[in-house]
Design a protein around this ligand. Structure first.
Ligand SMILES: CC(C)(COP(=O)(O)OP(=O)(O)OC[C@H]1O[C@@H](n2cnc3c(N)ncnc32)[C@H](O)[C@@H]1OP(=O)(O)O)[C@@H](O)C(=O)NCCC(=O)NCCS
Length: 165
């Protein structure tokens, strides 16, 4: 049973610990990559009205995060990002289902019209997550991010409100 819980102070330390893990943050935007994150940094992110962040609960156990960033109420769009904090729970479909639930929230509660996400070209698992959640390939920006030691493409996906399950 997978559900989302809006990120609250009780979970800030846990989320900061996950985000400080280089195995996780190496795949994220430069803002998080290679950083040791603290609870106050998470608190600041939560206060920013352009963000909405949710802990993924798997049978009530917190195991990861899904989030909207750059929420733009005028253009009705936002960026989706996510990670599984507990690697032992990988490949059970948890993140894909959490992204589906986040998209439903974004379309039904925030009345957004379009969501997008970008993935490093070599992040195989993340491409799969977006495809399973119903996102469509939108294009790529070449050499626009850094994966490990390599300059790689950003691959963009989008999802619009109508086909949301
Ligand atoms: C990528 C990540 C989010 C996947 O989380 P997850 O909960 O294991 O994903 P799911 O179980 O929903 O996987 C969806 C599909 O991708 C596959 N998959 C997951 N990780 C994979 C990997 N590393 N390599 C290949 N396929 C993978 C799953 O097997 C599943 O396919 P299936 O339905 O055919 O079995 C997780 O590994 C992670 O947090 N990575 C680090 C952070 C990150 O990359 N965030 C995304 C930044 S854009």
């Amino acid at each position: 049973m997978i559900s989302l819980e809006e990120l609250n102070p009780r979970r800030f330390e846990l989320v900061a610990r996950w985000l400080s893990n280089p195995e996780i943050n190496r795949w994220l935007t430069a803002e998080w990559r290679g950083r040791a994150v603290t609870a106050p940094v998470i608190a600041m992110a939560v206060r920013n009205p352009r963000n909405r962040m949710f802990v993924i609960l798997y049978d009530e156990q917190p195991c990861g995060l899904v989030a909207l960033a750059d929420i733009d109420r005028s253009d009705k769009t936002a960026m989706v990002w996510y990670f599984l904090g507990e690697a032992t729970l990988g490949r059970k479909g948890i993140t894909s289902e959490a992204v589906r639930q986040l998209a439903r929230f974004a379309f039904r509660e925030l009345m957004l019209a379009s969501l997008y996400a970008w993935v490093m070209e070599d992040n195989r698992g993340s491409h799969q997550v977006l495809q399973k959640a119903g996102f469509a390939l939108a294009g790529r920006i070449r050499n626009a991010t850094h994966s490990g030691e390599r300059q790689v493409d950003r691959v963009y996906y989008d999802l619009i409100a109508e086909p949301c399950p």
